[in-house]
Design a protein around this ligand. Structure first.
Ligand SMILES: Cc1c2[nH]c(c1CCC(=O)O)Cc1[nH]c(c(CCC(=O)O)c1C)Cc1[nH]c(c(CCC(=O)O)c1C)Cc1[nH]c(c(C)c1CCC(=O)O)C2
Length: 344
């Protein structure tokens, strides 16, 4: 449907009230999410259970009326589909078998093998595209090659992505083979999500900020450009959101260099800076601090207005600068939406 508010923003329209959704909007801060996850058994079983994954995707739409739903899945399902072992340690995060040698890489599967594992995700998308309200946009997603590679190399999240940088410098040929494999697998994965009904896709490069200068161009910009160009060739009308988190000056010109339709902004920059240097090139998404979803009150109201007003002269999708945290209060989410939609 052409007049969905998210799609209008992505086409470059400025709207008096920007559309809104929230990173990690289906998550542990919601009691109904925790109940469904318990029913599924654990987080990964939830990701691979199309009925229940669709259910948790719909929960924040029912409760809050967001303008977009984001598919419930995880960026680490692609490494798993490529042959990595994956598990989650409660309270700590993901763990994977590591890729640090040519022998490890030789055991990986190819891009054509991934759908066997990822099929349930496409089923979730199909369920959602028939069950979502007609005004709600369905967003699919994947991790960017660099961010996915950081987990595959280290076997876990790391504060500075040290192991991935070490491989990039120590065995660059292997590192680049891994980036290329994730890039081609991501294209096929997002293509299938689009065929199943995703109307927009987002590429999460959560660790882009640790790539500097030439490395940022080679491993954040170039893979995003390759994925975007190929998806645009196959699906010209499907908009793409890029999120090179903490890219700093790397945000400037990112849309033009990669071809993405919208750049998601984190909290390391002010909305004024984002409007001046990034929104000049098109749609931006962001960037309220997630901590306001914990603290609430007048500060939350003031900051929602601040972010909205700073981006009011161009196309904007309201969002947080990063995912909502488990300690957030759902009432603060409702207050954010109510404040955003008040007549200014
Ligand atoms: C780096 C990354 C991951 N996953 C993701 C990223 C990129 C965005 C970002 O920077 O946060 C992306 C992601 N993960 C999840 C979604 C679903 C859609 C949504 O945003 O609601 C999305 C878009 C569900 C999830 N992914 C995860 C949860 C929590 C798991 C649980 O329910 O126990 C959810 C709801 C787990 C996860 N998944 C990942 C980590 C590091 C963790 C553990 C940290 C944490 O617990 O928050 C990898």
């Amino acid at each position: 449907m052409a007049d969905k508010t998210i799609l209008k923003a992505l086409r470059g329209e400025t709207q008096a009230v920007p559309p809104i959704w929230m990173m990690r909007q289906a998550g542990r801060y919601l009691p109904e999410y925790r109940a469904t996850r318990a029913q599924a058994g654990d987080f990964l079983k939830l990701c691979y259970n199309p009925e229940l994954a669709a259910e948790v995707t719909l929960q924040p739409i029912r409760r809050f009326g967001f303008d977009a739903a984001i598919l419930f899945a995880d960026i680490l399902l692609v490494p798993q589909a490529l042959g990595a072992d994956l598990w989650f340690v409660t309270g700590e995060g993901p763990r994977l078998s590591t890729i640090t040698t040519d022998a490890d890489f030789a055991k990986m599967k190819t891009k054509d093998d991934i759908h066997k594992v990822l099929n349930p995700v496409y089923e979730t998308v199909k369920i959602l595209s028939s069950e979502l309200p007609s005004e709600t946009t369905l967003i699919g997603f994947a991790g960017a090659p660099w961010t996915v590679a950081t987990y595959m190399i280290a076997g876990r999240g790391t504060p500075d992505q040290g192991p991935a940088h070490a491989l990039r410098e120590g065995n660059n040929a292997l590192f680049e083979q891994l980036i290329d494999l994730i890039t081609v697998a991501t294209i096929e994965y997002l293509d299938m999500q689009i065929q199943a009904g995703a109307e927009v896709v987002k590429i999460f490069d959560s660790w882009a900020g640790s790539l500097k200068d030439e490395a940022f161009e080679k491993y954040a910009v170039a893979p995003a450009r390759i994925i975007t160009q190929e998806l645009k060739r196959r699906h010209p009308s499907v908009p793409i959101i890029g999120f090179p988190r903490e890219a700093g000056d790397g945000y400037i010109g990112f849309a033009e260099k990669t071809g993405v339709d919208c750049v998601a902004l984190d909290n390391s920059i002010t909305p004024e800076w984002g409007a001046k240097y990034v929104q000049v090139d098109g749609c931006v998404q962001g960037n309220l601090k997630s901590s306001h979803m914990v603290t609430g009150g007048q500060d939350l109201i003031d900051e929602v207005r601040h972010v909205r007003d700073a981006f009011s002269k161009g196309p904007h999708i309201f969002n947080l600068g990063h995912g909502i945290t488990p300690d957030a209060d759902p009432d603060n989410v409702a207050l954010m939406i109510e404040t955003l939609r008040e007549t200014a």
